[in-house]
Design a protein around this ligand. Sequence first.
Ligand SMILES: [Zn+2]
Ligand SMILES: [Zn+2]
Length: 347
Amino acid sequence: MENMLSVWKTKPKEGLEIKGAPVPNISDDEVLVKVRAASICGTDLHIYKWGPWAQERISGNLPYIFGHEVSGEIVDAGKNVKGVSLGDHVSAETHISCGYCPQCRTCREHICDNVKILGVDTNGAFAEYIAIPYRNAWVNDKGIPHWVACAQEPLGNAVHTVFDGEVAGKTVSIFGMGPIGVCAAGLCKLAGADKVIAVDMNEERLKFAKDFGADLAINSGEEGVDAKKEIMDATNGLGADVFLEMAGASGALRQGLETLRPGGRASILGIFPKPVEIDVTNDIVFRGISINGINGRKMFDTWYKAKSFLPKIGLERLVTHRFRLSEIEKGFGVLLKKEGMKVVLEP
Ligand SMILES: [Zn+2]
Ligand SMILES: [Zn+2]
């Protein structure tokens, strides 16, 4: 078969390899997507840097093509494919579920016991073509450019976390202003939140949060700034109604819980590098707080909701850099220097 440009993780160390590879063969249940744009996710950065998570999770998968945030066009389809057609513009739900485990059979496919993740456990999107199960293909409106549509994954994660409970008329604190946190701030405002408080240690990222509608941006890394006091002051001493943890930092989790009002809701999306100690008795039990863990996107409720917000949220503002796929090292360079939000690669 034809040769394509593709980006591989071949060795258990920092870096990547760009090389030619055959265009993937599709099974009867897959579609072949011609990749028009793929964006770099935090997960890809872990894979690139070969940090502890990647070492534990990916070592057995090498060599393989990574990348999973994608938008492209269906150019071939297996004989069992239904619901999508040649020429459709699609993105991919990255959780490939088994369909038969107890989670899948009770509408919890996103936490499938046998989940495979696109570009982590299977060949991914940093290539000219990718094969995906047809059930994971999500049809995009053709009016949305590929370089914007590929960045729907962070929006989806934000949708799942924000709408895990009610936000209309509520005060929401969000810790961690990466692309997901910024999308969450925008969604909260679009959905009628009363006040959105964004917390991060990076001034640039806080500017994005403001731009997406955050009412208050707190730089917790700045000398003399007490995020806890600022949140309590901004909520008349009551605390936030809702706390969204998107930083994966123990300090953020503690401060978020301490500044959540009694009876409030905490939804945690952040991934913590180690176990975190929290005061369960005083911060959770006595104050009647609910804590929910959020994993990926709800399949496929989140996608339907995200579709309605996509034209309104201005996702294109998050795309700070666009490179050719062959320049992918430049893209990682930008993110390693913590300069960009979303870096998009176009084959
Ligand atoms: Zn991702
Ligand atoms: Zn399953």
